[in-house]
Design a protein around this ligand. Structure first.
Ligand SMILES: Nc1nc2c(c(=O)[nH]1)N[C@H]1C(S)=C(S)[C@@H](COP(=O)(O)OP(=O)(O)OC[C@H]3O[C@@H](n4cnc5c(N)ncnc54)[C@H](O)[C@@H]3O)O[C@H]1N2
Ligand code: MOO
Length: 410
């Protein structure tokens, strides 16, 4: 098998994964705002109105004209009430004030609000109720100005951003009722290997329980997708071919795990090569070296290595980039830096993804404690950790205290 890139540096593989998936970006669909949570925005959003839309009070109290204030206490005539809701068109004249609540539109003429607790109401005066206010209130106090948060026409959300609850809520505050978002990829998940048994069934000698299915389904669901798990693939080339070709015409992304390395039963690369195209196979990363990325029919296909820790690292390191590319997400995923608690001595040249516990110490410094259980079969270390340390390409001797890049997952 030849004619495709192999033995790539991690960054080279990542660039191909991004380029191919961006080229196969899914179409946009317009959804009601309440259904856009977690999706990727497909077009820029400019503010159709200003926020706040009008000058309004930040507190419950009395709206007044600052020019009427002077030293000491100031008596003002209460000329009306404006509560949050429709504007009554009131005007505050000389020596007057209007009772106001939080969020209510400022009456014309008023420029300042005194909070209720600092005012004294005196009732049944001949010429109406009187409100006595302190004279030392700052001009504009407790007033929220129209447009101080967002001006009409501002670019508030950009294509390629993911829609967090705050972003969806910002669109709602602007009166936007639907947004164009990229369609979510449909994903088929396959595990493979004759040794695999579903949890709950008895194990025969040589068999193990299938743990990768739940790992992948959980990772994909945590990324907002609704993956479909297919029955486990047997180590039979014809069965692998039929299942993958079937899925490739129905799904946007196929994720397999296992059967992608050098063994006699590793049929996935030859099926992808025969019925599709391999974009790359084998990446200089640890774990996850046998990783394959290709296309078949309408689907992109990620052939993850079978070892559970390899599945985890390749999904977070490269699989997610494919999912982001298909959805047109250009906003980078958050990446952090932490100080090593213990040294790392890496003699191989591959980029390594090491399990670690990342925590914030008493001085507020983010620190990373590498898990000593190396080996891509040791799933427990992933479950006991909350981050992957990304150890750069090439041999590395990193002392305790050195700063490393970390990818938090829990
Ligand atoms: N001669 C070579 N041998 C191996 C190479 C190599 O380059 N040359 N690569 C090694 C590396 S690195 C890895 S990673 C594995 C990957 O092999 P495959 O992707 O072909 O995966 P399998 O052989 O099918 O499985 C590997 C390992 O993982 C277990 N496994 C598989 N699926 C599941 C599952 N769903 N749940 C739990 N455990 C699973 C499987 O039983 C094996 O132990 O190959 C090395 N060998
Ligand atoms: O790269 Mo394999 O994934 O080391 O075990």
């Amino acid at each position: 098998m030849t004619g495709f890139p192999t033995g790539l540096l991690f960054d080279e593989a990542l660039a191909i994964a991004r380029e191919v998936s961006a080229r196969h970006r899914l179409e946009a669909e317009t959804l009601a705002l309440s259904r856009t949570h977690g999706r990727v925005l497909a077009a820029d959003l400019r503010a159709p109105i200003a926020l706040p839309p009008f000058d309004n009070s930040a507190m419950d109290g009395f709206a007044l004209r600052h020019v009427d204030l002077h030293e000491g206490e100031v008596p003002l005539r209460l000329s009306g009430e404006q509560f949050a809701g429709r504007a009554l068109g009131l005007t505050v004249g000389e020596g007057e004030c209007v009772r106001i609540t939080t969020g209510a539109p400022m009456p014309a003429g008023a420029d300042t609000v005194v909070i209720k607790e600092n005012a004294r109401e005196e009732h049944a005066r001949i010429d109406g109720d009187q409100v006595v206010v302190p004279g030392d209130i700052a001009l504009g106090a407790n007033v929220r100005k129209a447009g101080e948060d967002v001006a009409a026409g501002d670019l508030v959300l950009s294509a390629g951003q993911w829609l967090s609850p705050a972003r969806v809520s910002l669109a709602a505050s602007l009166g936007v009722s639907s947004l164009p978002v990229t369609r979510k990829p449909t994903v088929a998940v396959f595990t493979s290997g004759d040794e695999l048994v579903q949890p709950g069934m008895p194990l025969a000698p040589g068999e193990i329980y299938d743990s990768n299915r739940d790992l992948l389904m959980g990772l994909l669901r945590a990324d907002g997708l609704e993956p479909t798990a297919w029955p486990r693939l047997p180590d039979d080339p014809r069965a692998v071919e039929i299942a993958l070709r079937d899925a490739a015409c129905a799904f946007d992304l196929i994720i397999t795990c296992g059967a992608v390395s050098a063994g006699e039963k590793d049929h996935i690369p030859s099926v992808v090569e025969t019925f599709g195209q391999i974009h790359f196979w084998k990446v200089r990363m640890k774990p996850g070296m046998p990783l394959l990325f290709g296309s078949m029919d309408q689907a992109r296909i990620l052939g993850l290595p079978g070892n559970p820790v390899s599945v985890f690292a390749t999904y977070l390191g490269l699989g997610r980039a494919v999912i982001d590319g298909l959805q047109g997400r250009t906003e980078p995923r958050p990446m952090e830096w932490a100080q090593l608690v213990a040294p790392i001595d890496k003699s191989h040249p591959r980029r390594e993804f090491m399990r670690a516990q990342v925590f914030c110490d008493e001085r507020g410094v983010l620190r990373a404690d590498p898990n000593p259980a190396v080996g891509s079969h040791r799933l427990r270390a992933v479950a006991d950790s909350n981050a992957l340390i990304i150890v750069p390409d090439g041999p590395q001797r990193l002392a305790a205290g050195e700063v490393v890049q970390v990818l938090r997952y829990a």
